[in-house]
Write a protein that binds this ligand. Sequence first.
Ligand code: ACO
Length: 406
Amino acid sequence: VGPDVVDIAKLYNQANVFTYDPGFMSTASCESKITYIDGDAGILQYRGYPIEQLADHGDFLETCYLLLYGELPTATQKSDFDYRVSRHTMVHEQMSRFFSGFRRDAHPMAIMCGTVGAMAAFYPDSADISDPHQRMIASMRMIAKMPTIAAMAYKYSVGQPFVFPKNDLDYASNFLRMSYAVPCEEYRVNPIISRALDKIFILHADHEQNASTSTVRLAGSSGANPFACIAAGIACLWGPAHGGANEAALAMLAEIGTVDKIPEFVSRVKDKHEHTRLMGFGHRVYKNYDPRAKIMQKTCHEVLSELGIKDDPLLDVAMELERIALSDDYFIERKLYPNVDFYSGITLKAMGFPVSMFTVLFAVARTVGWIAQWKEMIEDPSSKIGRPRQLFTGSPRREYTPIGKR
Ligand code: ACO
């Protein structure tokens, strides 16, 4: 029905008729071949491959290749892709000086917005979006440099020197090393933790037309350079209703504190006057269990067991909260299930990341999805500048009153 839908949209436009759909509850903004979600059945597929299979058998850079090119790579394509990404992990020395301009307590998402947007000034060649070669180099640059920038933001916040990328390591291990290695001490990457982080990256790599991806597409529809578009996506992701939810979910678990306080908290959530939400629960599209949450829950247990964390009070609260919510009519009627953010916060905290880094890690992973969606739009000859309409509810025409007569 795709072309018919487009024809109908054209007819509406000619007749100056438009739909009113705040929050885009039932409006498709584009056609896409990248990610498929069936929210009622709890299904998520990248290019047709179930997320469960990709998380179990693949690695993050393979997922990047799949999202960007549409097919899983052969062994040669994979090693070539890994090599090309690894060639772009360093950031310009001038860019590393940016960091010292930020306050030490600056939120790393603020640093990410600024530094990624500024990449357009360092790589003006990649701003030529009409050149497919430059589009691909820009994609490589962002996928490769995002973990470096994220780790630098973390190092800056803890007052430690930056650690250069080590390109014979895989993507997640390299990021862990850049985050946690310190001078004069050998740093060994724990393969179980690295594999868990890689899985987190796979789970967050794309999620079709969510708020930040739509932001990237809208920014890109004007022909803006890719770095500016991704910076816009990072800004949108920061909000607590979107990528900031894993940070908010952990804060909520800490606020509840102990299992016995859960019923009181749940009553507050159900009381409309309290304006309290169960963070990490609910999703605009999933009206069933978020398939990523199931994988994340398992990964969370693996990480805690590897690190020997047996009695984590936050995990106890999370498990009991999930049990209570899944059997409570309020949540059942509204189809509110745990989303991916519910368990990712506990996992990242166990790995040693401060809460302020959680959304940054999400941004690192989602960069490939943003780029794949941006490329798909740029390469579609029928794509247009995004220009939503509005339902005007302001004053009708009136006459100007001179200031002395108001
Ligand atoms: N806790 C309690 N009640 C909720 C929650 C929640 N987390 N989410 C929705 N509801 C209730 C609403 O109060 C509303 O109830 P009502 O019908 O009695 O008024 C009903 O469910 C529908 O809520 P909407 O806000 O219309 O649902 P929407 O689809 O717009 O919201 C959203 C989706 C923003 C994700 C919401 O569920 C939410 O705020 N969740 C918490 C934040 C969160 O975890 N975000 C992460 C999303 S996943 C991601 O970005 C990776």
